[in-house]
Design a protein around this ligand. Structure first.
Ligand code: ADP
Length: 190
Protein backbone atom coordinates (compact mmCIF):
# COMPACT_ATOMS: atom_id res chain seq x y z
CA UNK A 1 0.00 0.00 0.00
CA UNK A 2 1.01 3.59 -0.59
CA UNK A 3 -0.08 5.53 2.48
CA UNK A 4 0.84 9.20 2.39
CA UNK A 5 0.39 11.90 4.97
CA UNK A 6 0.09 15.19 3.10
CA UNK A 7 1.19 17.72 5.66
CA UNK A 8 1.38 21.47 5.94
CA UNK A 9 -0.21 24.51 7.53
CA UNK A 10 -3.77 25.69 6.76
CA UNK A 11 -3.82 27.05 3.22
CA UNK A 12 -0.72 25.16 2.09
CA UNK A 13 -2.63 23.46 -0.74
CA UNK A 14 -3.14 19.98 0.66
CA UNK A 15 -6.68 19.61 -0.67
CA UNK A 16 -5.81 20.90 -4.14
CA UNK A 17 -2.83 18.60 -4.52
CA UNK A 18 -4.65 15.61 -3.03
CA UNK A 19 -7.24 15.74 -5.81
CA UNK A 20 -4.54 15.16 -8.40
CA UNK A 21 -2.54 12.58 -6.45
CA UNK A 22 -5.52 10.33 -5.66
CA UNK A 23 -6.23 10.04 -9.39
CA UNK A 24 -2.65 9.44 -10.41
CA UNK A 25 -1.97 6.77 -7.79
CA UNK A 26 -5.53 5.40 -7.34
CA UNK A 27 -5.64 6.28 -3.68
CA UNK A 28 -8.48 7.13 -1.33
CA UNK A 29 -8.44 10.73 -0.12
CA UNK A 30 -9.32 11.15 3.55
CA UNK A 31 -9.53 14.77 4.67
CA UNK A 32 -10.57 15.18 8.30
CA UNK A 33 -11.62 18.77 7.53
CA UNK A 34 -13.95 17.50 4.76
CA UNK A 35 -15.30 14.76 7.03
CA UNK A 36 -16.06 17.32 9.74
CA UNK A 37 -17.72 19.67 7.25
CA UNK A 38 -19.87 16.80 5.93
CA UNK A 39 -21.02 16.10 9.48
CA UNK A 40 -21.67 19.78 10.16
CA UNK A 41 -23.76 20.07 7.00
CA UNK A 42 -25.81 17.02 7.98
CA UNK A 43 -26.17 18.29 11.54
CA UNK A 44 -24.92 15.08 13.12
CA UNK A 45 -23.92 14.93 16.77
CA UNK A 46 -20.28 14.75 15.70
CA UNK A 47 -20.79 17.78 13.43
CA UNK A 48 -22.28 19.85 16.24
CA UNK A 49 -19.38 19.04 18.51
CA UNK A 50 -16.74 19.67 15.84
CA UNK A 51 -18.27 23.00 14.83
CA UNK A 52 -17.71 24.51 18.26
CA UNK A 53 -13.95 23.96 17.86
CA UNK A 54 -13.62 24.66 14.14
CA UNK A 55 -15.37 28.03 14.40
CA UNK A 56 -12.71 29.17 16.87
CA UNK A 57 -9.79 27.83 14.86
CA UNK A 58 -9.03 25.21 17.53
CA UNK A 59 -8.45 21.48 17.03
CA UNK A 60 -11.28 19.03 17.54
CA UNK A 61 -10.33 16.69 20.45
CA UNK A 62 -8.08 13.76 19.53
CA UNK A 63 -10.42 10.96 20.66
CA UNK A 64 -13.25 12.18 18.41
CA UNK A 65 -10.97 12.85 15.45
CA UNK A 66 -9.12 9.54 15.70
CA UNK A 67 -12.27 7.42 15.83
CA UNK A 68 -13.80 9.33 12.91
CA UNK A 69 -10.66 8.73 10.84
CA UNK A 70 -10.48 5.04 11.73
CA UNK A 71 -14.13 4.60 10.73
CA UNK A 72 -13.37 6.23 7.39
CA UNK A 73 -10.42 3.88 6.75
CA UNK A 74 -12.53 0.87 7.73
CA UNK A 75 -15.16 1.90 5.18
CA UNK A 76 -12.58 1.42 2.40
CA UNK A 77 -11.38 -2.18 2.78
CA UNK A 78 -10.33 -2.43 -0.87
CA UNK A 79 -8.24 0.73 -0.98
CA UNK A 80 -4.82 0.51 -2.62
CA UNK A 81 -3.65 3.20 -0.25
CA UNK A 82 -4.66 6.48 1.34
CA UNK A 83 -3.80 10.14 1.31
CA UNK A 84 -4.31 11.47 4.81
CA UNK A 85 -4.98 15.19 4.49
CA UNK A 86 -5.26 17.20 7.69
CA UNK A 87 -4.49 14.14 9.79
CA UNK A 88 -2.52 13.53 11.97
CA UNK A 89 -2.44 17.02 13.46
CA UNK A 90 -1.05 16.07 16.89
CA UNK A 91 1.59 13.59 18.03
CA UNK A 92 -1.16 11.61 19.79
CA UNK A 93 -3.01 11.28 16.47
CA UNK A 94 0.20 10.20 14.73
CA UNK A 95 0.87 7.52 17.36
CA UNK A 96 -2.75 6.30 17.14
CA UNK A 97 -2.52 6.12 13.35
CA UNK A 98 0.67 4.04 13.53
CA UNK A 99 -0.96 1.56 15.93
CA UNK A 100 -4.14 1.40 13.88
CA UNK A 101 -2.32 0.79 10.57
CA UNK A 102 -0.05 -1.76 12.17
CA UNK A 103 -3.15 -3.68 13.26
CA UNK A 104 -4.18 -3.74 9.61
CA UNK A 105 -0.78 -4.99 8.49
CA UNK A 106 0.28 -1.73 6.87
CA UNK A 107 2.02 1.56 7.73
CA UNK A 108 2.64 5.14 6.63
CA UNK A 109 4.95 5.21 3.63
CA UNK A 110 5.91 8.86 3.97
CA UNK A 111 4.88 12.25 5.26
CA UNK A 112 5.23 14.88 2.56
CA UNK A 113 4.99 18.48 3.72
CA UNK A 114 4.04 21.50 1.65
CA UNK A 115 6.17 24.37 2.93
CA UNK A 116 4.63 27.84 2.68
CA UNK A 117 5.51 31.00 4.65
CA UNK A 118 2.96 32.38 7.10
CA UNK A 119 2.29 35.68 5.28
CA UNK A 120 1.46 33.82 2.08
CA UNK A 121 -0.91 31.50 3.98
CA UNK A 122 -2.92 34.41 5.34
CA UNK A 123 -3.32 35.92 1.87
CA UNK A 124 -4.42 32.55 0.42
CA UNK A 125 -6.92 31.79 3.20
CA UNK A 126 -8.57 35.22 3.05
CA UNK A 127 -8.81 34.88 -0.72
CA UNK A 128 -10.34 31.39 -0.40
CA UNK A 129 -12.79 32.80 2.19
CA UNK A 130 -14.36 34.99 -0.50
CA UNK A 131 -15.70 31.92 -2.31
CA UNK A 132 -15.37 28.85 -0.04
CA UNK A 133 -18.30 29.68 2.20
CA UNK A 134 -16.10 28.54 5.09
CA UNK A 135 -16.58 30.77 8.14
CA UNK A 136 -13.10 29.79 9.36
CA UNK A 137 -11.57 31.33 6.21
CA UNK A 138 -13.44 34.64 6.47
CA UNK A 139 -12.23 35.97 9.81
CA UNK A 140 -8.57 37.08 10.16
CA UNK A 141 -8.65 36.34 13.91
CA UNK A 142 -9.75 32.73 13.28
CA UNK A 143 -7.10 32.35 10.57
CA UNK A 144 -4.44 33.56 13.01
CA UNK A 145 -5.69 31.09 15.61
CA UNK A 146 -5.45 28.22 13.12
CA UNK A 147 -1.89 29.21 12.24
CA UNK A 148 -0.96 29.50 15.93
CA UNK A 149 -2.54 26.11 16.64
CA UNK A 150 -0.60 24.66 13.73
CA UNK A 151 2.70 26.04 15.03
CA UNK A 152 2.10 24.84 18.57
CA UNK A 153 0.34 21.48 18.19
CA UNK A 154 0.78 20.30 14.62
CA UNK A 155 4.28 21.37 13.51
CA UNK A 156 5.88 18.91 16.03
CA UNK A 157 4.31 16.00 14.13
CA UNK A 158 7.08 16.58 11.57
CA UNK A 159 9.62 15.34 14.13
CA UNK A 160 7.51 12.23 14.74
CA UNK A 161 7.90 11.11 11.11
CA UNK A 162 11.40 12.54 10.76
CA UNK A 163 12.41 10.23 13.61
CA UNK A 164 11.18 7.32 11.48
CA UNK A 165 13.08 8.63 8.42
CA UNK A 166 9.78 9.28 6.63
CA UNK A 167 9.66 13.07 6.39
CA UNK A 168 10.00 14.83 3.03
CA UNK A 169 9.60 18.59 2.53
CA UNK A 170 8.44 20.22 -0.71
CA UNK A 171 8.36 23.91 -1.62
CA UNK A 172 4.64 24.76 -1.65
CA UNK A 173 5.01 28.07 -3.52
CA UNK A 174 4.59 28.11 -7.30
CA UNK A 175 1.93 27.10 -9.79
CA UNK A 176 -0.37 24.19 -8.93
CA UNK A 177 1.28 22.13 -11.70
CA UNK A 178 4.80 22.92 -10.52
CA UNK A 179 3.97 21.81 -7.01
CA UNK A 180 2.32 18.63 -8.30
CA UNK A 181 5.51 17.82 -10.22
CA UNK A 182 7.57 18.27 -7.05
CA UNK A 183 5.24 15.94 -5.14
CA UNK A 184 5.33 13.31 -7.88
CA UNK A 185 9.14 13.46 -7.92
CA UNK A 186 9.20 12.76 -4.18
CA UNK A 187 6.64 9.94 -4.42
CA UNK A 188 8.53 8.29 -7.28
CA UNK A 189 11.69 8.37 -5.16
CA UNK A 190 10.10 6.58 -2.19
P1 ADP B 1 -7.15 23.83 6.89
O1 ADP B 1 -6.02 22.87 6.69
O2 ADP B 1 -7.37 24.75 5.74
O3 ADP B 1 -7.12 24.53 8.21
P2 ADP B 1 -9.06 21.64 7.23
O4 ADP B 1 -10.22 21.56 6.32
O5 ADP B 1 -8.01 20.60 7.14
O6 ADP B 1 -8.51 23.09 6.97
O7 ADP B 1 -9.56 21.69 8.75
C1 ADP B 1 -10.54 22.59 9.20
C2 ADP B 1 -10.68 22.51 10.72
O8 ADP B 1 -11.13 21.20 11.09
C3 ADP B 1 -9.38 22.72 11.51
O9 ADP B 1 -9.11 24.09 11.72
C4 ADP B 1 -9.72 21.97 12.81
O10 ADP B 1 -10.55 22.74 13.64
C5 ADP B 1 -10.53 20.79 12.33
N1 ADP B 1 -9.66 19.60 12.08
C6 ADP B 1 -9.34 19.09 10.86
N2 ADP B 1 -8.52 18.03 10.99
C7 ADP B 1 -8.30 17.88 12.33
C8 ADP B 1 -7.52 16.98 13.11
N3 ADP B 1 -6.78 16.02 12.54
N4 ADP B 1 -7.54 17.12 14.46
C9 ADP B 1 -8.28 18.06 15.03
N5 ADP B 1 -9.02 18.96 14.37
C10 ADP B 1 -9.03 18.89 13.03
Amino acid sequence: MLNLVLFGPPGAGKGTQSEFLVKRYSLVHLSTGDLFRFNIKNETELGLLAKSYIDKGALVPDSVTISMLEDAVNKNPDAKGFIFDGFPRTNAQAAALDTFLEGRGTSITSMIALEVAEEELKVRLLERGKTSGRADDADPAVIQNRINTYNKETAPVKDFYDGQGKYRGVDGVGSIEEITERLVAVIESL
